[in-house]
Design a protein around this ligand. Structure first.
Ligand code: CU
Length: 179
């Protein structure tokens, strides 16, 4: 069978395109530094979040020498913590976020990084990041969640370890005084 030269070229280009598409999709899902968020975070009851041992009083918790857990509740139209007070984390540590929503679907995006998840009522999104240097990051809701969506934002303050430690101890002491 005779195949015209142009048709051969067309077939070759189509093949390159298909391989290219598969390549970019694979990279987007499993490339360097890219981690998909799955259902490993588990579930919670959004109706009783206030009584939840972690989400009832969300914030940061030391879990090891250099590792921390952060619990965040997104609700119309704030991040707790993040909006009324910044979310404070130490530089150079491993921070695992646990993000959920109290009412409707929200987004939790750390601006300028690839830390980005949906916050879904009943579901806990879990991901781990490291903030290398002290500084500030914005948090944005990137899922339309109602009339105040465009003002739903927050802040992460990455502090030097020493500075963070004294803030953290003060928080712990305050918490104990309240209980
Ligand atoms: Cu929102």
């Amino acid at each position: 069978m005779e195949i015209h030269a142009y048709e051969k070229l067309w077939l070759a280009l189509a093949l390159v395109l298909i391989v290219g598409f598969i390549g970019t999709i694979t990279y987007g899902a499993a490339g360097a530094g890219i981690e998909m968020i799955d259902d490993e975070g588990g579930t919670v009851d959004p109706a009783t979040l206030d009584q939840h041992p972690k989400f009832g009083d969300p914030g940061i918790e030391r879990t090891g020498e250099n590792s921390y857990d952060v619990y965040v509740v997104a609700r119309q139209f704030v991040f707790e913590p993040g909006t009324t007070e910044p979310l404070r984390v130490p530089a150079g540590s491993t921070v695992t976020f646990h993000v959920t929503a109290a009412d409707v679907i929200h987004g939790f995006e750390v601006v300028g990084t690839n830390a980005n998840t949906m916050a879904i009522p009943g579901q806990v999104s879990e991901f781990t990041v490291q903030f290398e240097e002290a500084g500030e990051y914005g948090i944005l809701c990137n899922e339309y969640c109602g009339s105040g969506h465009h003002v739903m934002e927050g802040k992460i303050v990455v502090m030097e370890q020493g500075e963070f430690d004294s803030w953290y101890e003060q928080q712990q002491a305050q918490g104990e005084a309240e209980n």
